[in-house]
Design a protein around this ligand. Structure first.
Ligand code: GLA
Length: 388
């Protein structure tokens, strides 16, 4: 559904629930990462793209002071947040993404007004498409609309802090950055060390990015993500560098004997992935799609074998995509996001999208018994105030 229609739907749901129209409507997108996986917390490069799937909130000032009421229009569930004191964690669980951001604004000295809010999200939950970042950035955008604008980088960092402190996931900065700073028709090359961003145009109508949701739930809270982070830090320490961004493949080979086999492989992925991301961005600038596709396959291989964050369903999708191959219109394919389930992203010929989608869906179902959800997305805009 287009953002305009989605916004109208949430406005109608607001009206039905609260008996009056909303004053503000805001939205923030989910994302896929084209390449640069598990590099953000190593000060490396990432190349995500905002997708046409959004968290949307409609809101108005509330008559009752001291609280924010949030109505989830899809699950028909309510959450109430007390804003007369520092906002803390609470129930239901999803409200913590919102609570974390509200707490962040309080910490900046912002007085949060009482609000009635209706919200929904078309970002699949647990699909590795950053549904949580979309919700956090959406909440931050609502706060901006209602109070005053903040710098988009500070906004992304505030949303990341909410994820750390209220959801317990020690994520990097990629997801919140792309949701806050994405631009229609562009990928975002982000240097996670300097936080410098470059918008990389991706407007060639002959290619599309296909998102294939394995419908195997991904769970980052389970501890594997934090474990990978710790392994990277250990590698950096042994190599004597501040972060793996500062290490070269040569350096790693020379120090191989000092690292455990696992930590060596983790570092090999990260060092290689940072380089692949920079080269893939060059390939995109030149519309050299076969080259970009090769980097995507290489990224997947390393995530599967060295970083061990893939799963058999993700591998299956990549296998099917590579079997279809260039002849069938697939340039490249890889898992995207944190891993352990979730989605793959495939770079494909636009004209072959229906045929490729059909084939992946059929083969995946035949091999796993699971129905995949497949959709194409153009690079979408980052967070927006739809109605001020
Ligand atoms: C999750 C995190 C991101 C990033 C990716 C892996 O999506 O939220 O910060 O680390 O995993 O690239």
């Amino acid at each position: 559904m287009k953002l305009k229609e989605l916004a109208a739907q949430v406005a109608a749901d607001f009206q039905k629930h609260y008996g009056r129209p909303p004053r503000w409507i805001v939205a923030a997108p989910g994302r896929v990462n084209v390449i640069g996986e598990h590099t953000d917390y190593n000060d490396g490069f990432v190349l995500p793209m905002a997708i046409e799937r959004y968290a949307v909130m409609a809101a108005d000032s509330a008559a009752t002071p001291g609280k924010i009421s949030i109505y989830d229009t899809h699950f028909k569930e309510n959450a109430t947040v007390d804003i007369t004191a520092p906002v803390t964690k609470g129930q239901p669980k999803w409200s913590n993404y919102i609570r974390g951001v509200l707490a962040g604004f309080q910490n900046r000295g912002v007085t949060i007004p009482a609000l009635d809010v209706a919200f929904t999200s078309t970002v699949p939950l647990g699909g590795g498409l950053s549904s949580s970042a979309a919700l956090e950035v959406c909440t931050a955008t609502l706060m901006e609309a209602v109070t005053k604008p903040i710098d988009p980088i500070e906004k992304a960092l505030l949303a990341q802090k909410a994820e750390h402190e209220f959801a317990g996931v020690p994520c990097g900065i990629m997801d919140q950055f792309i949701s806050a700073l994405g631009r229609e028709g562009h990928l975002l090359l982000l240097d996670c060390r300097t936080r410098k961003t470059e918008l990389v145009p991706m407007s060639d109508p002959s290619v599309e990015l296909l998102v294939v949701n394995t419908n195997v739930k991904h769970e980052l809270g389970s501890g594997e993500y934090a474990k990978r982070r710790a392994e990277c830090e250990e590698a950096a320490r042994i190599l004597g560098v501040k972060s793996l961004r500062d290490a070269t493949a040569d350096q790693l080979e020379k120090a191989k004997g000092k690292l455990s086999e696992v930590v060596y492989r983790r570092a090999r992925h990260v060092i290689g992935e940072i380089e692949r991301t920079v080269h893939a961005a060059e390939g995109i600038r030149e519309s050299n799609w076969p080259t970009v596709g090769q980097f995507m396959y290489a990224s997947h291989d390393a995530l599967r074998d060295d970083y061990e964050v893939s799963c058999k369903e993700l591998d299956m999708v990549v296998d099917i995509a590579s079997e279809i191959g260039l002849k069938g219109g697939v340039y490249g394919c890889r898992m995207t996001g944190g891993g352990f389930g979730g989605c793959c992203v495939a770079l494909v010929k636009a004209s072959a999208v229906p045929e490729i989608s059909k084939r992946i869906a059929a083969e995946y179902k035949a091999r796993t018994g699971i129905d995949a959800a497949i959709f194409a997305s153009r690079p979408a805009a980052g967070a927006t105030i739809v109605k001020a």
